[in-house]
Write a protein of this length. Structure first.
Length: 319
């Protein structure tokens, strides 16, 4: 009888330990290079995808940290996260993704909102990348962007592009933009902005040199895009963007991704890994879907009007 009681007690203890282990929440550590609406929307979309798949409340630990635009802080955050041993690290934007990939070769890393994963050396291949890394690219359709700008400015000859030369995705974008622009008969004038505080200076350097300014999907430029918008208004130079959220902050128009949806697409990859797939066996995905945002009020303030044909196709007209 006594042995039976001991056995039952041991069994109950085992069951309690097992239950406790099963109750351990999934830990998703998320980081981004900077806070701005597009990247914030990615984060929110990731969390929504997790919630939609049953990861919420007590069975999900979801943390988020921003590097405030500084690559050295991104590296510190990545090392700290590795020390906490999460189930998956989700890194939003190229510098944070590079920091996470450098910090661990064992913890799964899922990147998002990375323009060129190959140029950033995050993965050796987009198909079956191997190792512990996969994710989602928001490679922009630059030809589509420039075609939109030409609908506003049919005689566009020179396009100014502020960019951060220290960000791999921005350098890759600029090179692609030059190739596309040459084929379309457009000259590109670039202006470097290594830090957010340099963005207005870079925009002012384009005054008198460009017919319009294009703000690419560059985290440094987007984080301070209001500075470019101010220059556009003061100098009467139309400002366009590579992402739709920037139109809500003052750019005239953009055709681009819905970044909340992009986050959900990223979250779907995270869920696949949580369910047992190896990150290295999951192909790097390209973002799906495009929206057209226009801001007639800002167009008027910068001296042009939104063509009727563009208004008719707009997904959203910013009031």
């Amino acid at each position: 009888m006594r042995l039976s009681s001991i056995f039952k007690s041991a069994l109950m203890s085992t069951l309690l330990v097992s239950s406790a282990l099963q109750a351990k929440p999934v830990y998703i550590a998320t980081t981004a290079i900077v806070e701005h609406p597009a990247l914030d929307a990615v984060r929110d979309g990731i969390k929504q995808a997790l919630n939609d798949n049953g990861y919420s409340g007590d069975n999900l630990k979801f943390t988020y940290e921003s590097a405030q635009g500084k690559p050295d802080i991104a590296s510190q955050i990545a090392r700290k996260m590795v020390g906490e041993n999460p189930d998956i690290i989700v890194a939003i934007a190229t510098p944070s993704a590079q920091a996470a990939v450098t910090a661990t070769k064992t913890i799964p890393v899922v990147f998002s909102a990375v323009t060129d994963p190959l140029a950033a050396k995050l993965v050796p291949s987009l198909e079956q990348p191997g190792g512990n890394v996969t994710g989602l690219s928001d490679m922009a359709n630059i030809k589509e962007h420039f075609t939109l700008i030409k609908k506003f400015i049919p005689n566009l000859k020179v396009l100014g592009i502020p960019y951060n030369p220290g960000e791999a995705n921005s350098v890759s974008m600029l090179e692609s933009a030059k190739v596309v622009a040459e084929k379309m008969g457009i000259k590109i004038v670039e202006a470097a902005a290594p830090k957010s505080s340099d963005v207005m200076i870079a925009a002012k350097q384009l005054v008198g040199k460009a017919d319009a300014i294009y703000c690419p999907i560059d985290n440094t430029i987007i984080s301070a895009v209001e500075s470019v918008v101010k220059v556009g208004i003061d100098a009467q130079i139309p400002v366009f963007a590579g992402d739709t959220s920037t139109v809500e902050r003052g750019a005239i128009a953009a055709v681009g991704y819905n970044y909340f949806d992009l986050g959900r697409q990223t979250g779907d990859i995270v869920v696949r890994i949580l369910k047992g797939e190896k990150p290295g066996s999951i192909d790097v995905k390209m973002a799906k879907g495009t929206d057209l945002y226009v801001n007639p009020k800002m167009a008027k303030r910068m001296g042009i009007e939104v063509p009727k044909a563009v208004l008719e196709k707009a997904t959203k007209i910013v009031k």
